[in-house]
Design a protein around this ligand. Structure first.
Ligand SMILES: C[S@@+](CC[C@H](N)C(=O)[O-])C[C@H]1O[C@@H](n2cnc3c(N)ncnc32)[C@H](O)[C@@H]1O
Length: 139
């Protein structure tokens, strides 16, 4: 994305943390704390050339404080928190923006149900790509 698009700023949120709730969340990619620390270092290393364009928050989505607006927001964290993440990040979208994420699949039935409920509640139109398990909404 940073290589091919004219991105003004990119904000990344991930605690890179091994915690019990997440282990039981069926969200995949569950690593030891040592591995998360290594991944975090790798992210910092890879993003270094983009300077202030990239802001990295090593925090849970529930804790992070972001006072900004975005054209694109992608959710792919702890799938148990889709409702909280949706309600928190949806208002940060600019008009015409795209809201999306991962985990629209039969392996994440509760997630899909919660997402569809929210989409209906907010009066939105959602799109899904079955093969890739992606969902997105264009405002
Ligand atoms: C399925 S992985 C996806 C990672 C990345 N999007 C990718 O495709 O490589 C889910 C990520 O959510 C992060 N995560 C776990 N709990 C979280 C939370 N409460 N808030 C934000 N991110 C969280 C994990 O550390 C993990 O990196």
């Amino acid at each position: 994305m940073l290589k091919n698009l004219n991105i003004e700023k990119l904000v990344l949120v991930d605690p890179y943390l091994e915690y019990n709730e997440y282990k039981n969340s069926n969200s995949g990619f569950i690593y030891s704390q040592l591995v998360y620390d290594e991944i975090y270092r790798e992210v910092i290393y890879r993003m270094r050339k983009y300077g202030n364009k990239v802001k990295i928050f090593r925090e849970k989505s529930s804790d992070v404080q972001i006072d900004d607006k975005f054209d694109f927001i992608y959710l792919d964290g702890n799938y148990d928190y889709i409702s909280d993440d949706f309600k928190k990040f949806y208002p940060m979208l600019n008009p015409g923006g795209i809201f999306g994420g991962y985990a629209f699949s039969g392996n994440h039935r509760r997630f899909v149900e919660e997402l569809l409920f929210l989409v209906h509640q907010y009066g939105l139109v959602s799109n899904f790509c079955g093969d890739l398990n992606e969902w997105w909404i264009k405002l």
